[in-house]
Design a protein around this ligand. Structure first.
Ligand code: FNR
Length: 186
């Protein structure tokens, strides 16, 4: 059976560049693997009472199952105020609980950050890595994937037109697959 790599775009925005990057990665999947985009848009803000008092929202149950059923995970994060967007942090928190049932545990990961600006969401990239250490996601070190001026990369139909960026993303995906094999125990 093919291994499944989840892709999460850390934005709720309809025309999100992060979502466009997630879609652009789909055809880059190597043979024997499946890339699956996982939505974070239906998750209410995490409240521990949901877990403690048996009021777990259906969307949490679905999301936690989706993460349990993937073998690795690529995060595409934009940056909000030099950190991880709340919607993405929320999804990470939802998957991390209840205590002792962290669904992220041990799944090899990668962080790709992007911004219309020239700092490429460096702050979000590294804040995200801090949480992933705690959740025991071994995160690819190299290449670091910082994508600046991402608003310029698309044609009118939302397809990736920047060939250099396409090549770099393919190299990053290839490196991630090596990282995945090394860290997945498969
Ligand atoms: C931003 N943006 C932004 N960009 C950046 O490079 N560094 C930052 O700290 C911030 N801060 C920030 C805060 C908030 C609340 C918003 C709404 C936006 C701009 C951001 O990069 C831009 O809106 C992107 O288009 C968001 O990513 P998506 O939705 O295109 O994936």
């Amino acid at each position: 059976m093919s291994k499944v790599i989840g892709i999460i775009a850390g934005s709720l925005r309809k025309e999100s560049f992060s979502r466009k990057i997630a879609k652009a990665l789909l055809p880059m999947v190597p043979e024997g693997f499946t890339f699956r985009i996982i939505s974070i848009e239906d998750l209410p803000v995490y409240n521990q009472d949901f877990d403690d008092h048996d009021h777990v929202p259906e969307s949490y149950v679905k999301f936690r199952d989706e993460i349990r059923n993937i073998d690795g995970i690529i995060f595409i994060t934009p940056e909000h105020n030099r950190s991880v967007p709340a919607a993405l942090k929320n999804a990470i928190d939802v998957g991390s609980r209840p205590a002792g049932k962290n669904v992220w545990d041990g799944k090899p990961g990668a962080v790709f950050s992007n911004s219309p600006g020239n700092l490429s969401a460096f702050g979000a990239n590294h804040h995200l890595r801090q949480s992933l250490v705690f959740l025991n996601i071994p995160v690819m070190q190299q290449p670091e994937v910082y994508l600046p001026h991402i608003d310029k990369a698309w044609d009118d139909n939302g397809n990736l037109k920047d060939e250099d960026l396409k090549d770099f993303l393919q190299k990053a995906v290839d490196a991630y697959m090596v990282w995945f094999q090394r860290n997945s125990g498969s």
